[in-house]
Design a protein around this ligand. Structure first.
Ligand SMILES: [Zn+2]
Length: 387
């Protein structure tokens, strides 16, 4: 099989649309693709040829979905186009304040292997050494790796330099270049919520939707938005702009002094800290959820308040952006399961009674999902383009 060469440039325009439609929905016949993308048969054939020549798309056996596929009566039997997901592999890395989580994926962002390493030293060179070790380890689990994506709770507006990453106390770290030097692999850096939103957009709960929102709860609170099939972003996206929205006037204070903001009400450290004070013993986030389920009144109150705050935040997001679906994710997403009655109560209180019921999709929020988001950014940046 022909593999993409080092001279390959990411796709744009109609070529991007063709490759992306086949990647997400393939196999598709040329006739079906032309119809879906509103292209003439001639344009489609002309645009698809270099993608086939480069090995990104392949002709596969006729499939049954399209009655014209393989029909000899209209001339040469037509073979649908597809991708070979295993033709390229990518590594995604999600950095938190204390761990590097890595995943090896195919071109369709299917996870093949996952590994993690603790970060005992947050100095950039020490973290890059851990990333390089993780990349080397994951690279042994599959064929050659095309590119690496790294996602981080912070700002990386040029996809190369981490301008700010509070969890690691970083400012202006040229992370992509540092990792490329150590691994020899093309590397891209992106904000973690943007990366997770792109993974849902192309390969998850947002697939095929015109408008959807992603809300994450975990170490922080994140929000991602796709409108008209495009991720909405700005250089400020990595600042965590939804982190301090007021949600409960009688809630606790966040580190910045806001009463009942989204950080104070919804982040795992805040919930664990509040419960540890109320219970007069140290408990972690999952302990609090378990205690609430077991009927502990103090933990139950904190979890119920968090549920109402999350319902209010979901309602605000939906009222302002009018999504077809709200995807809930993040490593603290178990809150949704435990506090669903309070979430629904707050949604009802904060939405117009005539508003359509919200389509909430709760996704696994584990760190493999975050790391997979980083791999999707590598797929976009080095193979498919992103618009
Ligand atoms: Zn705050």
């Amino acid at each position: 099989m022909t593999l993409l060469t080092s001279s390959w440039t990411p796709l744009t325009g109609a070529s991007h649309a063709i490759a992306l439609d086949v990647l997400i929905n393939g196999p598709l016949s040329r006739a079906e693709l032309a119809r879906r993308l509103d292209l003439s048969a001639g344009s489609l054939t002309r645009l698809a040829r270099p993608l086939v020549d480069a090995g990104l798309l392949v002709e596969v056996g006729a499939h049954n979905g399209d009655p014209r596929a393989g029909d000899a009566r209209i001339g040469r039997p037509e073979r649908p186009l597809d991708v070979v997901p295993t033709s390229h592999h990518f590594i995604g890395i999600k950095l938190t304040g204390d761990t590097a989580y890595g995943v090896l994926t195919t071109l369709r962002a299917e996870a093949v292997a996952a590994e993690s390493r603790p970060l005992t030293d947050s100095a950039p060179q020490a973290v890059c050494a851990v990333i390089a070790e993780l990349v080397a380890r994951l690279a042994t689990r599959g064929p050659a790796v095309t590119a690496v994506g790294i996602s981080i709770g912070g700002q990386a507006p040029d996809h190369a330099t981490v301008v700010a990453a509070p969890f690691l106390h970083w400012a202006d770290v040229p992370l992509a270049a540092m990792v490329e030097d150590l691994t020899g692999l093309p590397t891209v850096v992106e904000n973690d919520v943007i990366a997770l939103t792109e993974a849902e957009h192309w390969f998850g709960a947002g697939r095929g939707l015109d408008r959807f929102a992603v809300l994450t709860v975990g170490a922080g609170v994140g929000f991602g938005l796709v409108l008209r099939g495009h991720l909405i972003t700005s250089p400020d996206a990595g600042l965590g702009l939804v982190g301090h929205i007021p949600l409960d006037p009688s809630g606790p204070l966040c580190f910045a002094g806001h009463r009942g903001c989204s950080t104070a009400m919804l982040t795992m450290p805040s919930i664990a800290a509040g419960a540890s004070v109320a219970l007069r013993r140290p408990v972690d986030y999952d302990d609090v959820l378990d205690l609430a389920l077991a009927g502990d009144p103090a933990a139950g109150q904190i979890v119920a308040d968090a549920g109402r705050a999350l319902g209010r935040l979901i309602a605000l997001a939906a009222n302002l952006t009018m999504p077809e679906r709200v995807v809930l994710s993040g490593e603290g997403v178990r809150l949704v399961e435990v506090a669903r009655p309070q979430i629904d109560e707050a949604l009802a209180a904060n939405r117009d009674p005539q508003a359509s019921p919200l389509d909430l999709d709760v996704r696994p929020g584990d760190f493999t999902q975050w790391a997979r988001g980083a791999a999707v950014i590598a797929i976009q940046t080095y193979v498919l383009g992103s618009d």
